[in-house]
Design a protein around this ligand. Structure first.
Ligand SMILES: [Zn+2]
Length: 289
């Protein structure tokens, strides 16, 4: 498999690696794409023959995102790759809707599939640094639903990434779990304090995420993973324990690759809190340490 993508541009971590580790990253991408459980498909509208060939950039982008996250935890990745992982990209919005897609992208636990319009896979790559990444969000949902113990996908979400659950066996990372629960508790407290405050004018105690991700544990899981990858500097300042949870789980500090955040999400989230618009009810839970 030969991918002609500019890894250094699409995956900032790549640029921080030694030449040996760069080769490891590339081998990992090949390993991901060649895995028989991986299904990466391009699908056209119903009216056309659906057997379209997958553009090499789509396969490379999927593999690169996954490799960037799991380079230091191939033990977790190997467990994840033991499940059928489908990535279904649709050529048009209509093709996506015809297949049962909703909103801007989704993870379907019945099909075990991340589904979105193909063009959204490269969304956020037009500026100096990678930005908005619907793929990372939906992949976060996929990771939450992977059932490491029983195989396949669970039908309900508990908002925990593989390695954070006590029954995850050899990949369980107790320190990361403890930090995650403490950090999530703090986010929940900040959100509730804002929701219950008439003035809504905290100076430093904003939750990091948008009210959307406080609806339930699954959205929190997907949204915060994406925020950690795109705004690591702000994330670490606001909630160091939660930042360290991900850094411990993935054995990586994304600040080394991101001297400056992609702060679009942060600004948008803070603007929402400042707008005075009603907040979503808080539906996230915090598990037992
Ligand atoms: Zn979501």
């Amino acid at each position: 498999m030969c991918v002609s993508l500019d890894f250094g541009y699409y995956f900032p971590r790549y640029k921080t690696l030694s030449s040996t580790r760069k080769e490891e990253f590339e081998r990992l991408c090949t390993h991901i794409i060649d895995n028989p459980n991986m299904q990466i498909q391009l699908i056209g509208p119903k009216s056309l023959d659906n057997a379209l060939s997958v553009p090499i950039d789509a396969a490379g982008l999927v593999a690169g995102h996954i490799a960037e996250l799991f380079l230091g935890r191939t033990d977790i990745l190997d467990r994840v790759l033991g499940h059928p992982l489908a990535f279904l990209f649709y050529t048009t919005r209509q093709a996506y809707l015809d297949a049962g897609g909703a909103m801007g992208g989704q993870f379907d636990p019945i099909r075990g599939a991340v589904m979105m319009e193909h063009k959204r896979l490269v969304e956020g790559f037009g500026a100096e640094r990678p930005g908005v990444s619907p793929f990372l969000h939906e992949f976060g949902h996929m990771l939450d639903f992977v059932d490491i113990v029983l195989g396949g996908y669970r039908m309900t979400s508990d908002g925990m990434l593989p390695g954070l659950r006590k029954n995850d066996g050899a990949i369980f990372t107790p320190e990361a779990r403890m930090l995650f629960i403490e950090g999530k508790q703090l986010e929940r407290e900040r959100y509730l304090a804002l929701a219950n405050s008439a003035a809504r004018k905290p100076v430093s105690a904003y939750p990091i995420g948008h009210p959307y991700v406080f609806q339930n544990d699954g959205e929190f899981c997907a949204g915060y993973l994406e925020l950690w990858l795109r705004n690591p500097n702000y994330f670490a300042t606001q909630n160091p324990r939660l930042f360290d949870s991900y850094a411990t789980l993935f054995k990586w500090d994304p600040r080394t690759a991101w001297p400056k955040d992609f702060d679009f999400y942060v600004l948008q989230n803070r603007a929402f809190f400042d707008s005075g618009e009603p907040l979503w009810p808080c539906g996230i839970t915090v598990g037992e340490p």
